[in-house]
Design a protein around this ligand. Sequence first.
Ligand code: FMN
Length: 158
Amino acid sequence: MAISSFELRRVMGHFATGLTVVTTVSAEGEPSGLTANAVASVSLNPPLVLVCVDKTAESHPHFTASKVFTINILNEQQENVSRRFAGKGPDKFVGVACRPGANQAPILDGVLAYIECRLVAAYEGGDHTIYLGEVEEASTQEGRPLLFFRGGYRQLDG
Ligand SMILES: Cc1cc2nc3c(=O)[nH]c(=O)nc-3n(C[C@H](O)[C@H](O)[C@H](O)COP(=O)(O)O)c2cc1C
């Protein structure tokens, strides 16, 4: 018998992750973004990363429209940013300090790292689409990560 969505989410919640806001732009050039932890490094040569995006997400169509996205890795002070981008609506970027990257997708101020990508493939992944991006620019800064474990926000202990 297939595992229920609830149980899969509960079990996968034991796999501790960082948190990101993945940004892109609409065909009209409007910024778009969502909180995501289904993010992974795929290949070093060529440099490829992926993000899995729910097909019902408002940001979902913008990835293929613009063919760019940026993974913003959040620091431990950015739980409010994660909560905001896990919500819905057109006002997510209001009051959020950010700038357009070289690929035009927003880079949020203060993030631990950002990874600018050009979309190279989109794969079926059940109720999500797996967006594969080639890394064009990336940068880090000092700080500590925001973590997610067993359904809650966490910080490094020590
Ligand atoms: C901790 C956490 C992790 C999440 N990870 C993902 C993810 O990897 N992929 C995804 O599509 N949605 C993920 N979400 C849900 C989206 O952030 C949420 O559905 C958001 O409202 C989508 O925004 P949009 O509809 O404006 O695109 C996550 C939410 C939380 C709180």
